[in-house]
Design a protein around this ligand. Structure first.
Ligand code: SF4
Length: 344
């Protein structure tokens, strides 16, 4: 997080999906996929949204781009409130905000060559004159590490990593400012993941891009993030600068996610928190702290009182009662919990 004016401000964003039932198809309940989250993204930085599946991170990315309509809150992008734009205004702004999916193949038309699918994106947004589009396709392919000779091939002729490069080229074809990378490297082998992340970092440096990186694995986002937002049941559990979150996580959920990331540091093992069970249903989230059903440090008040986001001196924000008076001493807490005398 920096003093530079943010490119994107997300304020109290919510997305509740109605659940209809009965003969009349009336709304009977809601899936609270995103439940009041607020953060800023500075131009040129990478903010990562992290959490287990069902925590609302992918929905957050899609709602920011208005691929799904928000239920409430504001999304201020480059000076305009996206939530109030008409469909036509939004179509014009769409070129500034692109998305890369986990499986780019699913979003390609298998009958289109790479040139056709890149040109299609340019034509919709009319960003490149018609007579320059082929040349631009070749530039884009070379930018993402592919070759000019690939231009007339079909998507099925490429490997998973190459298809993801094509997905990146397609996103770049309209010269965006912000790209949401939605689990963009999750299905790739570790070595290919590293290559794609390095490519994204290089493109960010060269083109001044801003990324929102959605991932379930903190290990994956380590090398690309500036800021990390850990989400649980549609809310922010903890957020802060990457270094602070990795060096001194303060929310038990962040600690649990981090303890699943392999590190060559035997001291970390002493603080290992293993998550039991699955994320509860966002249709009927737990009362009080949403994490209390799985938290090894849960106290009586956690079942009743929802913790606010406490701001610590390090700048990180933590939605946990344990952090209300400052940083948590996890070494002490872990010993107490192991002895059965932890906070109750
Ligand atoms: Fe655990 Fe309570 Fe903190 Fe929630 S508020 S994370 S239940 S200690």
């Amino acid at each position: 997080m920096s003093d530079v004016a943010p490119l994107l401000q997300v304020e109290d964003l919510t997305k509740h999906f109605p659940i209809r039932g009965g003969v009349l198809g009336r709304v009977q309940n809601y899936v609270r996929a995103v439940d009041g989250i607020t953060f800023d993204v500075t131009k040129g930085e990478t903010l990562s949204l992290v959490g287990e599946s069902g925590c609302g991170k992918s929905t957050t990315g899609r709602v920011i781009l208005r691929l799904q309509e928000p239920t409430g809150g504001r999304i201020i992008f480059d000076g305009s409130d996206l939530t109030t734009l008409s469909k036509e205004e939004l179509r014009r702004r769409r070129k500034d905000m692109q998305i890369i999916f986990q499986d780019p193949y699913a979003s390609f038309n298998p009958r289109q060559t790479i040139r056709q699918l890149l040109v299609e994106a340019m034509a919709i947004q009319n960003v490149v004159p018609k007579d320059r589009r082929r040349e631009r396709c070749i530039e884009l392919l070379e930018m993402v590490g592919l070759k000019a000779e690939h231009i007339d091939r079909y998507p099925h002729e490429f490997s998973g990593g190459q298809r993801q490069r094509i997905g990146i080229a397609r996103a770049l074809s309209v010269e965006p400012k912000l790209i949401v990378c939605d689990e963009a490297v999750s299905s790739l082998d570790v070595s290919v993941q590293a290559q794609v992340i390095n490519l994204l970092k290089r493109l960010q440096r060269e083109l001044g891009l801003t990324y929102i990186f959605v991932a379930h694995d903190l290990g994956v986002v380590r090398h690309i993030s500036d800021t990390i937002v850990v989400m649980y049941l549609g809310k922010v559990a903890e957020m802060g600068a990457k270094r602070v979150i990795f060096d001194n996580p303060q929310h038990p959920y962040t600690k649990a996610l981090l303890s699943a990331v392999p590190v060559p540091d035997p001291k970390r093992k002493a603080q290992r928190i293993i998550l039991k069970g699955d994320v509860p249903s966002p249709i009927d989230p737990p009362s009080g702290c949403p994490f209390h059903t799985r938290c090894p440090f849960a106290m009586e008040r956690c079942r009743i009182e929802e913790p606010p986001l406490h701001v610590l001196e390090s700048g990180q924000k933590v939605a946990c009662h344990l952090a209300e008076d400052g940083p948590v001493d996890y070494d002490r807490l872990s010993v107490l919990a192991a002895n059965g005398s932890g906070p109750r």
